[in-house]
Design a protein around this ligand. Structure first.
Ligand code: FMN
Length: 269
């Protein structure tokens, strides 16, 4: 696969992975790819935990499910993320960012127009939708053969200081390397984010994993090999293939001049 193909084919996996264990060789390729990322003064301020122990995955999955139920049930999810949802194809075509609401899971669709209101949220609760989505999320994580946790070294990761910013940049680059590598290896990857939205849940996972005081747990991903036809019928579809047009995010010489003209790279990337 060429680099351009890998960049173009990289995507978020919403569905279940194949049950096959991720080979040790592939696990090591993923973290070696991560370690190839640039970092300030080659500080490599990251650490990764590879989790393939079924019991540990099940415990984290339970927390993932519980926090999903909580965030949907309390309405926090919709309040926090409302601005990223698009309600029509026209809006999507114009903005080319965010998530089209029709990609929400089937149990949520009847409430699409109301999910952002208190009435909609209490109706969903009455019908047990948050529990259903939480269980869906728990199962997705529990059935993932591999979890990967990214940590940053607190002596470098100092929020508000330049080194803190550099750490975040570098960590992002490690994750992109991992993400691109999954594409090459026939694997998929998804952010497990609901626990980090509930501080007690995030602490609980940190304790389970014995994350030392010297490090901060930054992110958790689930990984595995992907089915040829990935189904997302019941899953919250967090991914979107839409990307802004060049003139929406690139400027020539100054911010006053949006990049104009044909997108020459169309077709390659
Ligand atoms: C910082 C960050 C947070 C994200 N959070 C989530 C998440 O909580 N759940 C999820 O499934 N995907 C998450 N994603 C993936 C994005 O939703 C996804 O990259 C975007 O919709 C584009 O889709 P694609 O990755 O398939 O190209 C996150 C990505 C980033 C970079």
């Amino acid at each position: 696969m060429t680099l351009f193909e890998a960049i173009k084919r990289r995507k978020t996996t919403n569905g279940a992975f194949l049950p096959d264990a991720v080979t040790l060789e592939h696990q090591h390729i993923l973290v070696r790819a991560a370690s190839r990322a640039p970092s300030h003064f080659n500080s490599q301020p990251w650490k990764f935990i590879l989790i393939d122990d079924k019991d540990m995955i099940a415990r984290i999955a339970a927390i993932g499910g519980r926090t999903m139920t909580q965030l949907i049930g309390e309405g926090t999810f919709f309040k926090r993320y409302r601005k990223y949802f698009r309600f029509s194809q026209d809006e999507m075509d114009e903005r080319r960012d965010g998530i089209y609401i029709h990609q929400m899971p089937a149990p949520l669709r009847p409430f699409i127009k109301k999910v952002f209101t208190d009435t909609g949220i209490s109706l969903m609760n009455t019908l047990g939708v948050p529990k259903m989505l939480g269980e869906d999320n728990r199962k997705l994580i529990a059935d993932s053969p591999l979890l990967l946790v990214a940590l940053l070294d607190n002596s470098e990761y100092i929020p508000g200081e330049l080194s803190g910013f550099y750490c975040l940049l570098s960590l992002g680059m490690t994750i992109e390397n991992i993400w691109l590598t999954t594409t090459e290896l026939g694997m998929g990857i998804q952010f497990v984010s609901t626990p980090m939205e509930v501080p007690e849940a995030w602490r609980e996972i940190g304790e389970l994993l014995h994350v030392p005081e010297s490090h901060t747990m930054m992110a958790i991903y689930r990984l595995g090999y992907v089915k040829p036809e990935e189904s997302s019928a019941m899953k919250i579809n967090w991914k979107s293939n839409e990307r802004k047009r060049l003139e929406q995010f690139v400027f020539r010489n100054t911010c006053a001049n949006p990049e104009a003209g044909a997108d020459l790279s169309e077709g390659v990337l």
